[in-house]
Design a protein around this ligand. Sequence first.
Ligand code: 5GP
Ligand code: SF4
Ligand code: MG
Length: 458
Amino acid sequence: CGVFGVFGHPEAIQLTYYSLHSMQHRGQEGAGMVISDQVHMQQVKGEGLVTEVFHEDLLKTLSGSASIGHVRYSTAGGGGYENVQPLFFKTHTHSLALAHNGNLTNAIAMREQLERDGSIFQTSSDTEVLAHLIRKHNSLSFKDQIKQSLPMLEGAFAFLIMTEDQMIAALDPLGMRPLSLGKIDGAWAVASETCAFDVIGAEYVREVEPGEMVIIDDEGIRSEYYTKQTERALCSMEYVYFARPDSNVDGLNIHSTRKMLGKQLAKEAFVEADVVTGVPDSSISAAIGFAEESNTPYELGLIKNRYVGRTFIKPSQELREKGVQMKLSPVRKIVEGKRVVMVDDSIVRGTTSKKIVSMLREAGAKEVHVRISSPPITNPCYYGIDTSSAGELIAAKRNVAEICQLIGADSLSYLSIDGMLEAIGRPSSMKNCGQCLACFTGNYPTEIHDHTVRPHEK
Ligand code: 5GP
Ligand code: SF4
Ligand code: MG
């Protein structure tokens, strides 16, 4: 998912619209925003894309100088209108809006406990737990309600929380999801990705830190920590696949980082070939890096129909396979009679790679060598990236040779874990260089219980 917020700007609504649009790749199932004019709050949300949900005439009916917004892609809790965010609650004194990127792994346990204590939930979203926790601490100031509630949550969260006159941005103690702070015309803005700042002309200021709460209101900005036990474990898949190439995540540009992943992959798994091609859009940067390092021409061997959404969003395997076919086409003149290296960023179920290998062969490729710019995904993600359930992961119970045979390639290599960390190049003094590696190693950075919220089977 993607979140955006801006406080104290006359064009808050338009800024939120454009920012969410720039983060559309982070979620296509639903979009929403909640606006405050300091006295009242209004909500607009719906299923679908940003341009489908926010019609111009609808936006014209809104007014306010503070706003939080969300683009949704569901991994736990399911889809449906009620789960589209920001979630919005009204009590007799206050309104409360919540936008969340990530997944709370103890949401079911928390929910059961809260229900025993009398809470009634409106949604099946893990995010709603925070609203009830905040409410339970209502003898405290709003900021302290949140400060008491956040330590009770486990998992990954980048939250934007808004009342009539205050906005709070908070990040989980491991900083698993990216969250950046920016400024526009003197107003503070917060976004999952820095590309959102670029589209609206905001200036990047800094990252929100693990365990930090940034409190924004008429008096300006303050920072507090709700916990001291922090240790960064930023999602590696943000670098590999998820974020947009023009964004910088924790100070590193995504395109340049992916290029380094591709270069490292070429060092580890060189193969004699005539052309290197990427799979638009997510692996283009890695393919350029691979081509450069291996001294093989980079070509556009595959093109993408840009009017088809991400294949992952499609519900069934059959539809997913059709989706891939609609989405990608080989460029026959480029691959015919050639030894082709096809670089992709990841293999999850294997649908994409298998389809592309056969498409390239049908288009006349003499050899197809698949190179993957991340390590094998062997374990499910519990933190909000759709790497699927264990049963569906092609690498969960297979070795590389078996996967190679299944996807029908002449050869297959993945990037090593050490190679990936080296290419990303974050501080080696930190555990795992400050990265989460759980989907590659099975070592989850938070405790996993019987109750842990699992990704749903699709
Ligand atoms: P597969 O077809 O193997 O199941 O999925 C891998 C392909 O899907 C890659 O090309 C990757 O770019 C794309 N993809 C789409 N959504 C996701 C996602 O949520 N996680 C990962 N790892 N890859 C995804
Ligand atoms: Fe990211 Fe993988 Fe960790 Fe999930 S398990 S947060 S996808 S690195
Ligand atoms: Mg891809």
